[in-house]
Design a protein around this ligand. Structure first.
Ligand code: BGC
Length: 374
C-alpha cells in the first residue's frame, strides 16, 4: 500500500477535529462560512492531492475548512461527519468510503438543511445529496478495456489471449461502473472465445479487491497465478486503478514464469505507477486531473453556499472540459445532478500530457516524472 502520509495532514486533521467551538461562536468570531471536506484515506496519493487542492481553493476564497481523512473505515467516516455536523458546518463535500453506509450523518445534514456534494464517488440511497462531481466513470472503464483490445489487436489477431480482472472495492459505487465500462468493450471478445479468463472470474463481485489495497490485489493475483498460470501465458490484466496495478505487478515479478510482459491497465497517474509505465511494467493509466475535479467541486459548492442552484449553465463559466448530466447517476433515491469531467489515457508515449498540466515535471535526469515543485 502506498503510504503518502504528509505531516501536514495530521495537523489539518487535528485542527479540523479538535479546535471545535460551535459554529455560532465561529461565525461571531470571524464571520466565515465553514466547509467540511471528507476524504476516504490518507493512504492513497490521490486523496491527499484532492484534499490539498480543495482546502486551498476554499481557504483562498475565505472559507474555514475542516478536512478529515477516515482511514478507509466507513464507521470512522460516519463519526467524523457527525462530529463536523455537531461543531457546525455550512456545506459538506464527501468522497465516501462506503457509498451505502452514510445514512445517519446524511439524515442529520438534510434535517439541518446543509447541502452535501458527493465528490468523485456517488453516495447511495439518500435524497440528501445535492450534486455529484466526478469523472465519467463508465468512460474510465471503456478506456481501460479499449486499451487492452487495441494492444492485443483483438479485432485482427488470429490467436486467443488470456485475461484476468482485478476490480475495486465493492463499497465504492465507482468500482462497479469502471468494471461495467471495461466489460462493455471486452465482453464480446470473451463471448467469442478470443479472450479467455482461466480463473473463470468474470463478474465484478468475484474480482473486487477490498479497500482497493495493493496488498490485497497482490495476494489475489498470486493465488490466480499459482492456480491457473504455471504453464499458461497470462496476456492481460484489467486492473481498475494504480494501487491494484502495483499489487499485480508485484505478484507478477515474484511468481510469474511466463516470460512475457502482460498488458496491465491502471487509473490515477500515481507517481509510482508512472515509473512502472516508463520501465515497461505497466502499460497505461487513466489520468484524471484532480485539480480540475477539485475546481469544479469548488465552483458548485461556492454557488450552493451563496444560496444559488447550479445548473448546466455553470459549465459555460468553467475552464474545464466537463459535462452536466441529470440522467446517468440514479442513487436509489433520485437522479443526482452531476458534473462529469473527461478522463485521458496515458502511456509511455504521451507522458508529456501530464507534465503539460503543470502538476508534474520530469526529474533531474529527464527519465521519470515527479510532482511539480510548489
Ligand atoms: C476513484 C479512483 C481511486 C479509487 C481508490 C475511486 O473511487 O475514482 O480514482 O483510484 O477510488 O481510491
Amino acid at each position: 500500500m502506498k503510504k503518502i502520509i504528509a505531516a501536514v495532514t495530521s495537523l489539518v486533521m487535528l485542527c479540523g477535529m479538535t479546535s471545535c467551538s460551535s459554529k455560532d461562536e465561529k461565525d461571531e468570531k470571524n464571520g466565515k462560512k465553514v466547509v467540511g471536506l471528507c476524504m476516504p484515506s490518507v493512504d492513497l496519493e490521490r486523496w491527499n492531492t484532492d484534499g490539498e487542492y480543495l482546502k486551498n481553493l476554499f481557504e483562498k476564497a475565505g472559507y474555514e475548512v475542516k478536512l478529515v481523512f477516515s482511514q478507509n473505515d466507513a464507521t470512522r467516516q460516519n463519526n467524523d461527519i457527525l462530529s463536523i455536523l455537531n461543531d457546525g458546518v455550512d456545506l459538506l463535500l464527501i468522497a465516501a468510503v462506503d457509498g451505502n453506509a452514510l445514512a445517519k450523518p446524511l439524515d442529520d445534514a438534510m434535517s439541518k438543511g446543509i447541502p452535501v456534494v458527493a465528490y468523485d464517488r456517488l453516495i447511495m440511497n439518500t435524497k440528501a445529496i445535492t450534486y455529484y462531481v466526478s469523472f465519467d466513470n463508465f468512460e474510465v472503464g471503456r478506456l481501460q478495456g479499449g486499451y487492452i483490445r487495441d494492444a492485443l489487436d483483438l479485432d485482427n489477431a488470429p490467436d486467443s489471449y488470456s485475461i484476468e480482472f482485478v476490480s475495486g472495492d465493492s463499497g465504492d459505487n465507482n468500482a462497479s461502473i469502471f468494471f461495467d465500462g471495461a466489460k462493455d468493450v471486452l465482453d464480446q471478445y470473451i463471448k467469442s472465445g478470443k479472450l479467455k479468463v482461466l480463473s473463470g472470474k468474470t463478474t465484478f463481485e468475484e474480482t473486487a479487491i477490498k479497500r482497493w489495497e495493493t496488498e490485497n490485489a497482490e495476494n489475489e493475483m498470486k493465488k490466480t497465478l499459482s492456480k491457473y498460470y504455471t504453464d499458461k501465458q497470462l496476456d492481460a490484466v484489467l486492473c481498475a486503478n494504480d494501487s491494484t496495478a502495483l499489487g499485480v505487478i508485484q505478484a507478477i515479478e515474484s511468481g510469474y514464469k511466463g516470460g512475457n510482459q502482460p498488458v496491465i491497465t491502471g487509473q490515477d497517474g500515481d507517481i509510482e505507477n508512472l515509473k512502472k509505465i516508463i520501465d515497461g511494467e505497466q502499460s497505461m493509466t487513466v489520468f484524471k486531473n484532480v485539480r480540475d475535479e477539485a475546481s469544479v467541486a469548488f465552483e458548485v459548492s461556492k454557488r450552493l453556499l451563496n444560496g444559488e442552484t447550479p445548473t448546466g449553465r455553470l459549465i459555460d463559466s468553467l475552464a474545464v472540459d466537463v459535462r452536466y448530466d441529470t440522467e446517468s447517476y440514479q442513487n436509489g433515491a433520485k437522479y443526482v445532478q452531476s458534473y462529469l469531467l473527461v478522463p485521458a489515457v496515458i502511456t509511455k508515449d504521451n507522458l508529456q500530457v501530464m507534465v503539460n498540466t503543470g502538476l508534474y515535471q520530469w526529474d533531474a535526469n529527464n527519465k521519470y516524472i515527479e510532482n511539480a515543485a510548489k
